[in-house]
Design a protein around this ligand. Structure first.
Ligand SMILES: N[C@@H](CCC(=O)N[C@@H](CS)C(=O)NCC(=O)O)C(=O)O
Length: 209
């Protein structure tokens, strides 16, 4: 049994979607980051960076923070959703790192400045919206000749998709990125994605472009 500590955010949903996809039994625990529950000393023992998501795997006692590491761990544990072929495996890890180091942090800044603090800094809004559009362009070009980011549907897609599901917060018109729209819609239709999106509780259905 795995304990998942999470909230209704893109980083949290990556892990619940992964757990639903691989079919491992887990129990979700809500850590309400709007009430600072991520600073609870008991949670800090599992996630010293005071952020969700985090897991505890009771099979072996491993506790882990950082969504990218958790996705790799669950793929390794189950042998699912990361290619075994060497080249494809590294491509999946490459796009996973693209999400962790680029798409996640920069789209997160769009949420902060454009969605929640509009009007406080025109410079930051412009800077992060420009970067968001650039990232959507990168994704669209990759998906023009690849059905998924790296070979078959993988942890690279599971890491990236929940961030794209916030396209409305990011003021992105997905019609301008037709390959992203095709990829996003296909993944949204997966039953495991629908279930994982509603963990630890429903906060509206999956947004559709
Ligand atoms: N690099 C981390 C980022 C995690 C993260 O930013 N989590 C946010 C929610 S999406 C959080 O817990 N924020 C609470 C805080 O910053 O205090 C990961 O991918 O797991």
């Amino acid at each position: 049994m795995i304990d998942l500590y999470t909230w209704t955010t893109p980083n949290g949903r990556k892990v619940s979607i992964m757990l639903e996809e691989v079919g491992l039994p887990y129990e979700a625990h809500a850590v309400d980051i709007t009430k600072d529950e991520q600073f609870d000393p008991a949670f800090l023992k599992i996630s010293p960076n005071n952020k969700i998501p985090a897991i505890v795997d009771h099979d072996n006692g491993i506790a882990m923070m950082e969504s990218g590491a958790i996705l790799l761990y669950l793929a390794d544990k189950t042998g699912q959703l990361v290619p075994s072929d060497e080249k494809a495996r590294w491509q999946a890890i490459e796009w996973l790192m693209w999400q962790m180091g680029g798409a996640g942090p920069f789209l997160g800044q769009v949420h902060h400045f454009v969605r929640f603090n509009k009007g406080k800094s025109a410079y930051a809004e412009e800077r992060y919206l420009t970067e968001a559009r650039r990232l959507y362009g990168v994704l669209d070009r990759r998906l023009a000749d690849h059905e998924y980011l790296a070979g078959d549907y993988s942890i690279a897609d599971i890491a990236t998709w929940p961030w794209i599901s916030r396209f409305e917060w990011q003021t992105i018109d997905m019609n301008a990125y037709p390959n992203v729209k095709r990829w996003y819609t296909a993944i949204a239709g997966r039953p495991a994605v629908e279930r994982g999106y509603a963990v630890p509780m429903t906060a509206g259905g999956v947004p559709m472009p």
